[in-house]
Every structure is written in C-alpha cells, then in structure tokens.
Design a protein around this ligand. Sequence first.
Ligand code: MG
Length: 253
Amino acid sequence: MKLHFIATIFVASILFIACNTTKKATAEVEPTKPEATEFWTPVPNVVKPGNSNGQAPADAIVLFDGNNFGEWEHLDGSAVKWTLNDGAVTVQPKAGDIRTKRSFGSCQLHIEWRTPSVVKGTSQGRGNSGIFFQERYELQVLDNYDNPTYTNGQASSIYKQTRPLVNACKGPGEWQTYDAIYTAPVFDAQGKKIKSGMITVLHNGVLTQLNTEIQGTTEYIGWPKNVAHGEAPFKLQDHGDLVSYRNIWVRRL
Ligand code: MG
C-alpha cells in the first residue's frame, strides 16, 4: 500500500515536470515567420484626438470648458462661489475647496493653471493651490518660478511626499499645463492597501513624476495615511491665492 502511494506520487511528479517543460518549451520556441508575432485582436478603440495641444479627445469627460460650474460643487454640496471669467475659474479666497460631482478612479487628467501675475508672498505663500486625486492625494500647484520652498512642496510635487524630477515652472501669470496618468490604490476586503496609487506627470510637457508611488493621503502635519476608499472626486484647493484653472478634462482608464 505504501509502495503504491510512493509510486503514484512519483508518476504524478514526472507528469507535472513533463507538462511544465512542454509549456515552457512552447513559449520559448523562436518564431521563424513575422506573422507569428503579429496580434490582430483585440483592436484598440478609435479615439479622435483634440485638434490642438491640450484639447479634449472625443472620449474625455470635460470637467470644465470655461462656460459653467456644472461639474463642480463645494465640499458641502453648495454651488461654486469661485469666479468665472474669460473661460477660466479662479479661486475665491475663503470660499473653500471645490470638487467634481462625479467620482473617479484610475484616469488620465489634463488641467491648465495660472498663478497671479502680481507676485505676492514667498515659498508656500505664493500662488498656492492644488489638485487632489480622489480627494486625498495632492499634486501641488504653486508659483515656483524663482521661489525657493521645500522640495516636496514644489509645483508638481506629490505634496509632502515626492519632489518633482525638475522644476518646469513658467512665470507668474502664464498658463501652465499638467498631464497626469494616475492609477488608483487597491484595498482588500479588510481595508488593507494591497497596491499603492501611482502617478506620472508632465508639467508643461516636461516629465516631473515618473511612476511615482503615492504613499498615502496628503497630510500637512504627519505621515501619509492609508484608509480604504472607492472612486472619489477631484478636488481643487482654496489656499487663499488667486490661482486660476481652465480646460480640465479626464479620461477613465
Ligand atoms: Mg497646495
């Protein structure tokens, strides 16, 4: 009986090794025809790109086109009290942050921003605002043109976490762009984070964050926190400075 059991295990092991060897061998057979490495399906969707740099592609959700605040509200759900002028929305100091009515997870974001042409203040007190992914993770907006501050608080930093690769700021009063690719963090059923959020950012077309791990929530004081959440709105920060935004669109990934 014991011998029979050992023999069964032996045969099973041989079969297992044989199967895996065959599989591996198949995968490693070098193709001899070009067609062997041409895959025709599935076919990517056709997306009509914008006509100009930064214009929304056909499959984007336009969050702000300069005409109204239809996609936005304050954090208490009230109507937006920021100002609408010349196709741009400008922070109304003390009115509070605004956020999108819709929620998002992993996405591609395009947003344009401008700090005041009249320079006032220094360091974090100059042209400060911010774009929060999923209401929690801040991509810093700051007039960082010839304005020293802590590096992980610079424009295009993941605030209080990761400094930008370079400082690609334009001057005060000039329109600037962020193009970001964001993958949301993943939590298990117990609420434990099993995969961090990641972000790649182009600031004025210059790479400033490459596959940067988001360590957790943006905290002004203390370390990042990780509490489970699902899709959530974008939030724009009222930091008391007259920062403007325009041409905001997002593509779900
Ligand atoms: Mg900020």
